[in-house]
Design a protein around this ligand. Structure first.
Ligand SMILES: Nc1ncnc2c1ncn2[C@@H]1O[C@H](COP(=O)(O)OP(=O)(O)OP(=O)(O)O)[C@@H](O)[C@H]1O
Length: 254
């Protein structure tokens, strides 16, 4: 039985007088991929930031696996199982592809971040990193510095690092943004594979309707920071609230 692993309760943030996320109460279950949609400025990324801890909430609570994580730092939340892809900001461009993944595995194993302290006896870390790179089809580039990779391959590496982290909750904010039509399917296939494993909770902020149709088990709609709809993708997309929320400004590719 799937259960709610992540829950926001009345989660709210105000910037001055502007309520960017407005009392959003929502639970996310294990094995479910939820697409978060809404017009530009609706509060999707800010909601992500509140869950992953990038910004503090003004009101409300975030629970993960039954624990209140509202006041935890980003790294504490990461340790607790919140895994977010950060649009390349968490890559080390001068290190190799393999070293980037090894660092994540090393950190997860609580062995510290000093690469040079790693002895060959830590071959199991390398083996695990190689397995993850194989999965995302980046193994051939494992010795390359990240800085020479294409944008698409850097985004793939970011997904690889998230997979290496083995979080309870995967958070993707427009994972194929800036990718070519050739590059995007690889990342979408990876997300589909994660979903197929049925024991992951996946949150996806996405504008592309074809991606949502393919991947989402459920859609929530944010509008002016508030939860405007929540449910089965086909029903939500056909609902009046969504049609009105977009007011003629259609989701991409509709
Ligand atoms: N740090 C901040 N300070 C002030 N206002 C902010 C801040 N972060 C976000 N906002 C405002 O909060 C609102 C929600 O922004 P957010 O980026 O979450 O929307 P979004 O739904 O992700 O939009 P998009 O689809 O364009 O990425 C916007 O009006 C934005 O200008």
């Amino acid at each position: 039985m799937s259960r709610v692993i992540l829950q926001t309760h009345d989660l709210t943030v105000r910037f001055g007088g502007h309520v960017a996320v407005d009392h959003v109460s929502c639970g996310f279950k294990t094995g479910e991929l939820t697409a978060i949609v809404g017009p530009n400025g609706a509060g999707k990324t800010t909601y992500f930031n509140l869950i992953s801890g990038q910004i503090p909430s003004s009101e409300g609570r975030v629970d993960l696996n039954g624990r209140d994580i509202t006041r935890m730092s980003v790294s504490q939340r990461c340790d607790m199982g919140i895994g977010r892809a950060f649009q390349l900001t968490n890559l080390f461009p001068n290190l190799s592809v393999l070293e980037n993944v090894r660092l994540v595995i090393q950190a997860k194993a609580k062995m510290g971040f000093n690469l040079f302290s790693m002895a060959d006896s830590h071959a199991e870390i390398t083996d695990r990193a190689v397995a993850v790179l194989d999965k995302v089809k980046l193994y051939d580039l494992c010795e390359e510095p990240v800085s020479v990779l294409s944008h698409g391959n850097q985004r793939k590496l970011e997904v690889a690092m998230l997979i290496a982290l083995e979080p309870l909750v995967y958070m993707f904010d427009e994972p194929t943004a800036g990718m070519s039509v050739d590059e995007a399917p690889v990342v979408l296939d990876l997300i589909a594979e994660l979903k197929a494993e049925k024991d992951r909770t996946i949150l996806l902020v996405e504008h592309k309707m074809d991606v949502i149709r393919t991947l989402a088990d459920r859609i929530i709609v944010l509008h002016n920071g508030a939860l405007a709809a929540d449910g089965d993708p086909a029903e939500v997309m056909a609902s009046d609230v969504v049609q009105e929320a977009y007011m003629g400004k259609e989701l991409d590719n509709v």
